[in-house]
Design a protein around this ligand. Structure first.
Ligand code: ASP
Length: 358
């Protein structure tokens, strides 16, 4: 019998509307189960580990990611797959963080949640939970169909570290602009094999060290030297995610470049990702990014903000030199970025151009 572990962290998926207080309040997994009798018909063996109390995902924290990794580690060999019920607001951060912390994953870790609470008639929670469980249980040619950390939401399965919550209202709350869905659920669940990571050849490694000393500098026309300097000089911050325009462009003003250069000389890492949801940083393509390249700003290519933040926390937490961190930031570790000239880049490109959705 397929054995699955459900980790219930909280989120809308496990909330009901409290008439008295006129707000959503969290419920226990027992109450979720009462709303989901279909669970028993799936024919799997379940073990449920609830967060006590369940949390709104706005309160998610790197310490809780470590806790999730510890829970998975303790049960890894016993279960065929893991489903994490999680609030949608920070689900993409958790999925990204776990993807880096679980190296050589051979079992599915599927995060899901919902936009409407499970107690509501039109809820999307039931479909999301049931299909996430089915995906976590599916094996193809003797291997887990999706040996990855992924997000299942509204009939689509995405690689976790490629996903973004982009809509607070639609059932289709997530998208993955730079990487095709790993599977789509209709009458059957169709897996897009070429885009799913192959099963690992090395044993799993559980990483439990993260360093959250990362800052974010999101530029905008008119940003002042005071703001830039305050962020670049945040005490204890070891890396800065620089959110730039378009394909990695930023103001060419001398004061701006000088500030970045000073921070780099002090040993800080500056990682350039684009403010656009789709596309990649291409340092040197325009004059407005040439200087960044010259002073040692690092390209984050097509990484999401969520992947950039969590990958940086992960690498800072390992025992690595600044040079090693810079090198690894620019390489795909868990499929979180596509290098422009890679074979993968061609496959992704042809998916979008042939897709009926494009
Ligand atoms: N605030 C909720 C959370 O992220 C929203 C949701 O679950 O959709 O926990």
């Amino acid at each position: 019998m397929t054995k699955l572990m459900i980790i219930y962290t909280g989120g809308t998926v496990g909330m009901i509307y409290d008439e008295k207080n006129r707000s959503l309040r969290p419920i226990s997994f027992g109450e979720i189960r009462d709303h989901l009798p279909e669970l028993y018909r799936l024919g799997y063996h379940f073990f449920v580990h609830p967060f006590k109390p369940p949390i709104d995902s706005s309160n998610m924290h790197p310490d809780r990611w470590v806790e999730l990794v510890e829970i998975i580690e303790q049960h890894y060999h016993y279960y065929d797959g893991f489903v994490i019920l999680h609030g949608s607001d920070t689900m993409a951060f958790t999925a990204s963080a776990l993807s880096f912390m679980l190296e050589n994953l051979s079992k599915p870790v599927v995060l899901t949640g919902s936009q409407l609470p499970i107690g509501q008639i039109r809820t999307d929670a039931k479909e999301n939970i049931i299909t996430a469980l089915e995906i976590a249980a599916t094996r193809i040619n003797g291997h887990a169909a999706v040996p990855e950390v992924c997000i299942y939401f509204d009939f689509q399965l995405f690689r976790g570290n490629r996903t973004k919550k982009y809509n607070a209202e639609k059932f289709e709350a997530f998208y993955s602009m730079n990487y095709p869905p790993l599977a789509e659920a209709g009458i059957t669940i169709k897996y897009h094999q070429p885009f799913i990571l192959p099963p690992p050849t090395e044993p799993i490694r559980f990483h439990k060290k993260l360093d959250p000393h990362v800052s974010v500098l999101k530029i905008f026309p008119g940003i002042t030297p005071e703001t830039v300097d305050a962020i670049l000089n945040t005490p204890h911050s070891r890396a800065i995610i620089l959110e730039t325009f378009g394909s990695g462009n930023a103001p060419t003003a001398a004061w701006f470049i000088r500030s970045l250069e000073k921070a780099i000389k002090k040993g800080k890492i500056i990682l350039n990702i684009t403010q656009c949801d789709g596309g990649s940083v291409e340092l040197g393509r325009y004059e407005t990014s040439e200087k960044l390249l010259e002073i040692g700003v690092v390209s984050g290519y097509d990484m999401t903000f969520e992947a950039a933040i969590t990958k940086t926390m992960f690498l800072l937490g390992q025992d690595l030199s600044t040079e090693e961190i810079i090198c690894l930031l620019q390489r795909p570790l868990r499929g979180e970025l596509t290098l422009p000239e890679s074979t993968n880049s061609k496959a992704v490109h042809s998916y979008w151009t042939n897709s009926p959705l494009s």
